[in-house]
Each structure stands twice: as C-alpha cells, then as structure tokens.
Design a binder for this molecule. Sequence first.
Ligand code: GTP
Ligand code: MG
Length: 372
Amino acid sequence: KVGMNVQDLAKLLHRDATEIIKKLFLLGVVTNQNQSLDEDTIEVLAADYGIEAKQKEEEDVADIDRFFDDETINEEALEPRAPVVTIMGHVDHGKTTLLDYLRKTNVTAGEAGGITQHIGAYQARLNDKLITFLDTPGHAAFTEMRARGANVTDITVLVVAADDGVQPQTIEAINHAKAAGTPVIVAVNKIDKEGANPEQVMNELMAHDLVPEEYGGDTIFVQISAKFGKNVDQLLEMILLEADVLELKADPTQPARGSVIEARLDKGRGPVSTVLIQQGTLHVGDPIVVGNTYGRVRTMTNEKGHDIDAAKPATPVQITGLNEVPLAGDRFIVMADEKTARAAGEERAKRAREEVRNAGSVVTLDTLFNTM
Ligand code: GTP
Ligand code: MG
C-alpha cells in the first residue's frame, strides 16, 4: 500500500540496497531491488537498524481545521503582516461614513486607476503601512464569522457618536470584542456636531472597562469626524501603534489558508468570494477547499478590480473558480492537487448534508413526542 521498494527504503535508511536485500534474506524474505515491501517487513527491518517505523496515520481529508490548529509554522519564515480591523458601534453612529471616508482617501491596492469595488474588505495605507478593514460592520457578521470558527479580527474600532453617547449596541459591541479577545480602540465620532460631548462618552465607557490613557487606563481614544475626515489619520496611526504591540506575523511560505469574508453567486462568473489570507500566499491556479466547496482559483482580483497573481497574509482578495458559493466565516485551505481538493470538498459537503438530515430527524422525533 505504501508503495516503497527496496531501493526507496535503502535511500531512506542511507544504506546500500544490496545490504538491505541481504538482511531481508536473513529474515527469510527473498526480494529484489524493485520489489515493493509490505509495512510489516519495513517495520521489522527498520527496527533492526534501531529505527521505529511509524505508519502514517490515516488522514481525514475532510478535516481542514487541522491545518489551522497545527503549529507547523516555520518561525524563521514569519514576516510582519497588516492588522485586520473591524469597525463596530451603535446604529447611525457613523461606521459606514468612516469606512467610506477611508476607502475614498486611503485605499491603496497599488497602482492608480480602477474603480473601487465593494468586496467586503479593503486595505488602507498610512506611511507605507497597510491596514486591512473588514467592510462588514455590524455585529451579526462578526458573530456569525466567529461562530464558524473564523477569528480574523485583530483590533476592534468602536465608533461612538459624541452627541448620542453609549447605546445598547455600543455595549453589545464591547462584549463581542471582549469575547473575541481583541483590543478596542474608541473612535469618538461626530465631534464636529453641535452638542457633541466627547468627555461624556469617555465617562460612560469607563463603566465598561474602557478607560482612557489620560485617566490612567490603557484604552486609546481618538476624537474624530468621519464626515469631514478630521483626525482619521490619527486613528490610523493609533491602529498601527496597537498593531505593533500585538506583533502580528504570518508565514507567507505556507500553502495559503484563511477565511471567507463574503460570497455570492454572480450570473456570469459563478461563485465569487472575498477571502482573507491568514497564512501563506495564495496563487492563481491553486487547488482549494473552501468550507464545503472546492475548486481551483481561476481569477484573483483586489479591491480595485485589478487582476493579481499572488496575495500574501492579511490581504483580502476576490476569487472565482469554486463549484458552489461558500459561507461567510468558512475556512479555506490550499491543497496539494485538484483531486485532493475535490475529494475533501465533496466529503465535507456530504457530511454537511448528513448533519442536516440527522438534525431534521431529531426535530421530527421531538415533534412526535410533543404532540403525543
Ligand atoms: P448603521 O449602518 O445604520 O448602523 O449606521 P452607521 O453607523 O453606518 O452610520 P452612518 O455612517 O450611516 O451615519 C449615520 C448618519 O450620521 C449619516 O447621516 C452620516 O452622514 C452622519 N455622520 C456620520 N459621521 C458623522 C460625523 O462625523 N459628523 C456628522 N456631522 N455627521 C456624521
Ligand atoms: Mg452603516
């Protein structure tokens, strides 16, 4: 099954093939150089050389989570990466206005030109340093992604309107950030407005363990006007400062893996997904498993709609080439070849269907008992 012959084994053990054949003969096995050996014979032979031959454990192709849990990251290959930021806050406190301002003024994507696309994430640049913003404000997206195991956010920017103060969804956002373990930077917004009271916001937030540095705490507060862009650069600076503390690094040499930010079906192009690369480098042509879907990266574009060939950690890209539309928060991993990717994707889809069926039958049973 392993398909190892005497020659392969000789190479592996740094021995001469004839020596191996001789040993095997003494063990009662008559063989030649090209004959493949069974696992037991290999084990006995290796033991004779003082080596323990472990049979490779049967891998579950469908288990792509193992690639996220394993600690095979090569420390020496680690490189700094951009922080991934989510903006949260109460309704109408200015999340979209802030994201739009950043998109208009700081969006990079390298070359000039191109029309900015709404792909669910983008990168802003300050002094040649990149910041990745998830363009899906709202707690639902954040929670849904976390529920699927995707912990992509490094820093939460909490937007609080200075004329409205702490509101129910402000508190919700704080709790989400706490649960996810991400540091919070407070953007006190709408300071241009009459009746704006930033001090009041600071006082209210102290009750929720967000204590500004000037009051002896360690939470960064920036007073901004998202509408007029006031102090937005300062906010970016603070995000980069916080990112430095976190020492965010990733290994670009690995097969790429990451998470889906959003996905939809495009009439012409088929399933279109925005993914965030978390480790490794993603290339056009890579065989890939994404949640319960699979395929080969057919096209890859950045937020300006420009085609790119490769993307490094913390970069959001839009890809096509999957067989189905994955879900936000699904994890993806690049596989060795298309066949493995397909096998893994199909097995995952099958298991998902079975799960739904099983859940369905439980409900039926439940209903049955309840109506008895
Ligand atoms: P939801 O998506 O509904 O939760 O709201 P949001 O947090 O995205 O708020 P949005 O950016 O839509 O802003 C709500 C309103 O506040 C809009 O009319 C904005 O123009 C206004 N606004 C946002 N930021 C500022 C600001 O800095 N100053 C002033 N004066 N108005 C602002
Ligand atoms: Mg909005």
